[in-house]
Design a protein around this ligand. Structure first.
Ligand SMILES: *Cc1c(COP(=O)(O)O)cnc(C)c1O
Length: 426
């Protein structure tokens, strides 16, 4: 079994015939203690991933702004802030999370998103965030008017759309002019020049983000090169930008294949830093998935195993409301039994109890024999797992445990029916 777990994951079988561990912590014990479905994360791996970026960029001024939307758990935000990370947020709610978990990090926050409201802008001005990644001229106007009311100067970066193609799922590709994000790079210089005289706006940076789960480094280099060209053009026009934000989007390996995270980061850093060779300001980056995806697993217990025609269904107590990536993006997640049984692998569908055929974790997957009561771990679920969970079918969202230096800690208790019904009025 050990072969399906690469060293890039914190989950492993210490000995053949033994059950799965997260670091030195028994997964079976966690499931007994906290129930299932349950998210388990390795804090050590999250910090290790952050440090890969920090050391790859050690030679230059930089700031890693973790993309909060990948996993917005307060404990994880606090952990990352404690190791020097900044944050990329896309809503006022995410800013509230950063302020709750690590108020000292407010000055390390960049605010992305194509639809910021006046209330969200006010909140960010109040918190004195590092900069707004503005996505349109109209948004800049609104930022300026809110800043004027508050008598504060708003630092902004224009998010430009570099028209660079990146191979990924269409739902998470964002860097082409056909996408709703940013302003066309060809129009950016004129916008900077138009607003340069506005006393409530401070041109502070430029940002780009071309999509998510991008496995090759070439498109990152391509985008950074176009952005740096713009920076140089603006400098000649007397507008000096201090920050160049290269965005997030570096992909991980979801299949059972070797994956060298350190080499990936080195390759990314090389592509980006070569593209901006000569830039003297600060390099910002916004990784989300790469920091947290491999660090997390969703544990679920097998409820039933049943045959329908030629198919065998393994029905678990976890469902698409807990982890929607397979349904939403046809995403692949490796699934492993927590205590593997002897016997030949069987081809099965692993599904949840929700009344939708989209409620699945795997189709036609060869897995070791599974029986009711067995635990399975759905791997690489640390990013866009809990963050995209819902209460569909009036299901209570999972509890979450963070394992740090061999110590597991509950970081979110399981929801109760009172949590769920509380806001409703009959
Ligand atoms: C989603 C997003 C990110 C993070 O993407 P990952 O693929 O998780 O690294 C970074 N920046 C912006 C603007 C985003 O929308």
């Amino acid at each position: 079994m050990a072969k399906s777990l690469s060293p890039s994951r914190p989950f492993h079988y210490p000995q053949p015939g033994e059950a799965l561990y997260c670091g030195t912590v028994s997964i079976e014990k966690l499931a007994r203690r906290h129930g299932t479905p349950l998210y388990v994360y390795s804090a050590d791996q999250i910090v290790e991933r952050l440090k890969l970026f920090q050391s790859a960029l050690a030679g230059r001024e930089h700031l890693v702004c973790y993309a909060v939307k990948a996993n917005s758990s307060l404990a994880i935000l606090k952990l990352l802030a404690g190791h020097g990370a900044g944050f990329d947020i896309v809503s006022g709610g995410e800013l509230e999370r950063v302020l709750a978990a690590a108020p000292e990090a407010a000055g390390r926050v960049v605010f992305s998103g194509a639809g910021k409201t006046a209330a969200e802008i006010d909140l960010a001005l109040e918190a004195d965030i590092l900069e707004f990644n503005a996505e349109s001229e109209a948004e800049l106007e609104l930022i300026a008017s809110r800043a004027r009311r508050m008598k504060k100067r708003a630092r902004f970066a224009l998010r430009v759309n570099p028209d660079v193609f990146a191979e990924t799922h269409p739902y998470i590709s964002t860097g082409l002019t056909e996408h709703k994000f940013g302003v066309e790079i060809g129009k950016a210089a004129a916008i900077y020049k138009r607003v340069a005289s506005n006393r409530w706006l401070e041109p502070h940076g430029v940002s780009v983000h071309i999509g998510s789960q991008i496995r090759s480094s070439a498109p990152f280099g391509g985008a950074a090169e176009r952005v740096y060209k713009l920076v140089k053009q603006l400098k000649r026009a007397g507008i000096e930008l201090r920050n160049l934000d290269a965005g997030g989007g570096l992909g991980i390996e979801y299949h059972a294949a070797p994956f060298d995270a350190a080499a990936k980061v080195a390759e990314w850093a090389k592509a980006v830093t070569c593209a901006i060779d000569g830039f003297e300001g600060r390099l910002l980056l916004e990784p989300g998935r790469f920091l947290v995806a491999n660090a997390g697993a969703l544990l679920a217990r097998v409820l039933y195993v049943k045959r329908n025609g030629s198919k065998t269904f393994v029905i678990t107590d976890g469902a698409m409301n807990d982890l929607i990536r397979p349904a939403l993006y046809e995403a692949h997640h490796e699934i492993v039994p927590v205590r593997p049984r002897a016997g030949k692998p069987k081809v099965v569908d692993v599904v949840g109890p929700i009344c939708e055929s989209g409620d699945f974790f795997a189709h036609d997957r060869a897995l070791p024999p599974l029986e009711p009561g067995d635990l399975v771990a759905i791997l690489d679920a640390g990013a866009y797992g809990m963050a995209q969970s819902s209460n569909y079918n009036t299901r209570l969202r999972p509890a979450e445990v963070l394992v740090e230096a061999g110590k597991p800690r509950l970081i979110r208790r399981r929801e109760t029916i009172a949590d769920l019904l509380g806001p409703e009025i009959a």
